[in-house]
Design a protein around this ligand. Sequence first.
Ligand code: FES
Ligand code: FES
Length: 906
Amino acid sequence: MSLDAPSGQIAFTLNGQALSLPASPVARLSQVLREGAGAKDVKVGCNAGDCGSCTVLIDGAPVCACLTPAGQAQGREVETQAGLVARDPLAGRLAWAFQRHQAAQCGICTPGMMVAAVALLRHGGPLTETRVADALGGVLCRCTGYRKIIAAVMDAGDDVPLAEGGVGARLARLDGWPKVSGTEAFGDDVAPADALACRVIRSPFHRAAFRFGDLEGYRRRNGLDLILTAADIPGRNLFGVIPGFEDQPVFAEAETRFRGEAVAAVVGTAEALERVETFPVEWEERPAILTPEGAAEAADLHEGRAANVMARGHVARGDVAEGLATAAHVVEGRFSTGFIEHAYIEPEAAVARRVGDRIEVQCCTQAPYMNRDGLAAILGLAPESVRIVPTATGGGFGSKLDLTAQPYVALAAWRLGRPVRVAYARSESIASSTKRHPSDIRMEVGCDAKGRITAARFDGVFNTGAYASWGPTVATRVPIHASGPYRTPAYAARSAGIHTNTAPSGAFRGFGVPQSAVAQEQLFDMLADRVGMDRLAFRRLNCLRNGDATVTGQVFETGMGMAACLDALGPHWDRALADAAAVNAAGGRTRRGVGVAGGWYGCGNTSLSNPSTIRAGVRPDGEIVLHQGAVDIGQGSNTVITQIFAEALGVPVSAITLIGPDTDVTPDAGKTSASRQTFITGNAARLCGAALRTAILRLGNVGEGATILPRPGGLILRDGEAEHRVELAPGEGDYALETVESYDPPTLPLDENGQGEPYAVYGTAAQMVELEVDLDLGTVRLLAFRAAHDVGRAINPLLVEGQVEGGIAQGIGLALMEEFLPGRTENLHDYLIPTIGDVPPVTTHIIESGDPHGPYGAKGLGEHCLVPTAPAILNAIAHATGARVHHLPATPDRVRAAILAAGGGA
Ligand code: FES
Ligand code: FES
């Protein structure tokens, strides 16, 4: 077949099919493949060659399609993930291996990973971890920690069947096949062909006044359909996530408070937006505050928040002055961390359409019902007039809880009556999205002569940025957790969230707890050294056990698994210390260090109601349908919630048809955050499954012990020797039988001293790391992690491992390389996240303490995984070098400076 193309056309074969498309030869190949050829399995995470998610094969060689001019495909063969899996048995086996190992979590990096892996596998030769890491080194993943991706590629030759079973089984993700076969649809993959495009105009200054020019003239000259500003908001020009703290405008009015804040949006065809003139706005830069220092003296960003204090939190228990004064040893220190960017590989994206007097929005999100209510307020509509249909979400980690792109497309579609889409550029995503709070922490801890903690004092200042977002949650949660999972009889902890002219700080895996652990766990090492105790033994001596009171006075009689986590590390700790001593005895410029740290995290909202609701039904033909609204952003709720439901109902997981989040058809399972879905939505699923089982057995008039057998065309009940079919008459709705159940965890409010029962469940963890430090360069090489996590009961051990490994990778970034600097690190080559070469082997020890509240004893896990990681690394660096790093990230220059300050190095 000829691949000659007429002028203005590019001709090539795509996955074996000859194509000729109108395209400029200098257009991005990724753009031509996605928008021209409909190959949405080619993902765009950066458009700059940094993330690798757009990797395709041209004549068998992997290239970044975003950097490849379309003209280079002329006359050649292009292959993408979907085509490879459909046509090449080798790629098919790789897809199964990805499923078996859970190498895809959110799945947005998976096309790039698999395409790069196919190129390697086709090349042949023995597979080593180094070869795999080299071949996949250009593709970033923010979810998995890479280890399971490496394992899947090395295992791609085998044809092992997937595991089966209910609670406790290593079940492959139920939503995994679309991710590994290239058919998954993310936020920018679902827009109809006739959708208009939207671009948001943002402040280039940290703080600025602004004045628009002739907007209508600009619109007409440029052939745009619409320009939106604050004047076009029919409802409230504010949004937020915490009642009483809705303070962020959709479009700034008169003055912007951070670089990247929106002031307007332009809407038109993609072609019109491509050639649009510079937007007519005049800026007047104004003095800005970027850190909490000086914020008290600066003009208040928000009325009613004097001295720019957004929120404070505190917990007090016992006599701290006395506890420190009488302590045999006291250590103190100041530790700080910077902004951390979520860096999900999928930038924010959404499409909206008006349907009569309703607006429908498809978007990547963690919180569909919160999004619905926030959008309704902005549009001046009733919540029921807004429908949110989440797409697959390519990573969230907290930032996709807040409204992002949704208001712009919803406003435009509402006004124009046409579908409107938007996908943020990477720089726009980084500049405008919420961040992990920078922290500045002072802490003192004392213990008696035997090493028992007597008292701790904690004072944390958090840069909450220009708007509240989840800042109040961080301010409340940190004092509750800053003791770590240890007995602390006298305790005083204060926190403050301070406004500055920076991107809003919000939710990011841990809500401030990873930052407080950086201080507390390093001080614990210093205190153990003062006492002359082994650092693991010091933690074992002080850790919370069943019957102990936490710093809020809460007592858990069962399920406190911290000692078991530390015990699991014990033998490996002793071996690692001996190894390090042997290596260091040899001298040289490299030193081996071993670090340990603990962590805990209360699952769910702090002392607040946060219910989840699950709906299920049986159709007249016997099909069992689960409406599962806990958004799966890669963590696995689609699978885990189904396992719990199936167990309670007493049927195999394979018998369940899953209907995902959609505010029109699936009830509110709350937001995917705070490690709440397995625990809270899982409990709702357990109740719903049990209720449906009762209804089925009652209808069949059989005893409680009967077995439900889903069969084609109906349900069979086996009761002893007897089997009979259940009569399922059509009901009023879709179902012959339907149940809806909710669960809200039992908590108690905190009193004026922060005493109370803020969470029904805490998960605990201990991690250890072995590493080497180059004393001359300050570089750190991670050798191995061990992570012991008390998950109560592992509903799915495969998914537990995935959470742990992914959390550790993010903790490595926090410890060693990540820091967002407003205006300076707004791309993925200046803002560095761990690559496949940065994450060493991770061994996970699953501790199952059983929890009285959790479904089948399960606790939440997501946030816990990175809480101990950074302090464990810092403690290992100190063990290796004698130098302590007080400001993160511990980049080579900072490590080297700390070594010199400690009198070491050359
Ligand atoms: S989109 Fe091409 S490398 Fe990121
Ligand atoms: S699975 Fe790799 S980015 Fe989410």
